[in-house]
Design a binder for this molecule. Structure first.
Ligand SMILES: Nc1ncnc2c1ncn2[C@@H]1O[C@H](COP(=O)(O)OP(=O)(O)OP(=O)(O)O)[C@@H](O)[C@H]1O
Length: 192
């Protein structure tokens, strides 16, 4: 089974860009408890972002996901999410995602910078790093976790604002179930 080890958050929502905020995940269960606005949702949003590359809903294309430069008293905020998890084979994997939010004259400018995946070569035991340009990390991580992207997005890390999808109209419901059960794989099968 895939397990989460720990995550570092810098410069996301209320998490300051100046501190190293590290959350350690315990086995078999970690409960996240805190007052309203403490950052519980942000932790789940960061887990989802690190694993799938998806931004939370209503973030104005990422702008409100990054710590507001005005709150930091800066013109630019650099943000980082670093997640360490273990694959179902117990191999440690590190995902690093970096972002930047700049206050321009008239508007804020959001940029996703680097995406890096550190893996271990099972044969040599040497650390290997894959950069975003070399591999589609968003497709690679669900494979390493042994779970599909649709299950990560709609079930495991479903955002509280989107968690009502099981009560949606039949068309939306069918689309979600098709994604979750990878129906396309079966409808596209051709018999030789
Ligand atoms: N872009 C931003 N810059 C700085 N702070 C932000 C930004 N976006 C949100 N925040 C702050 O981050 C916090 C959001 O925290 P979050 O929603 O994760 O808390 P929560 O513990 O899940 O709260 P609740 O229990 O109400 O759901 C709020 O205090 C909000 O003011």
């Amino acid at each position: 089974m895939c397990t989460l080890d720990k995550m570092l958050i810098k410069g996301i929502r209320s998490f300051s860009p100046d501190n190293q905020n590290v959350i350690e995940f315990y086995k078999p269960l970690t409960l996240i408890v805190g007052q309203n606005g403490a950052g519980k949702t942000t932790i789940i949003e960061c887990l989802k972002q690190a694993c799938t590359g998806a931004l939370p809903p209503n973030t104005r294309s990422g702008q409100s996901f990054i710590h507001d430069p005005k709150v930091a008293g800066e013109t630019e905020v650099k943000a980082l999410i670093k997640l360490r998890f273990r694959t179902f084979r117990e191999e440690p994997i590190v995902v690093i995602r970096t972002f930047q939010l700049t206050q321009k004259k008239l508007a804020l400018q959001y940029k996703a910078l680097d995406n890096t995946l550190q893996t271990y070569n099972r044969e040599t035991g040497v650390k290997e790093a894959l950069a975003y340009r070399c591999a589609d990390i968003d497709r690679h991580i669900p494979v390493l976790m042994g779970v599909s992207q649709a299950v990560l997005e709609n079930v495991i890390f479903v955002h509280q604002e989107e968690s009502n999808w099981p009560l949606a109209d039949t068309q939306t419901l069918k689309k979600k179930f098709d994604e979750i059960f990878s129906v396309e794989k079966y409808t596209k099968v051709s018999i030789p």
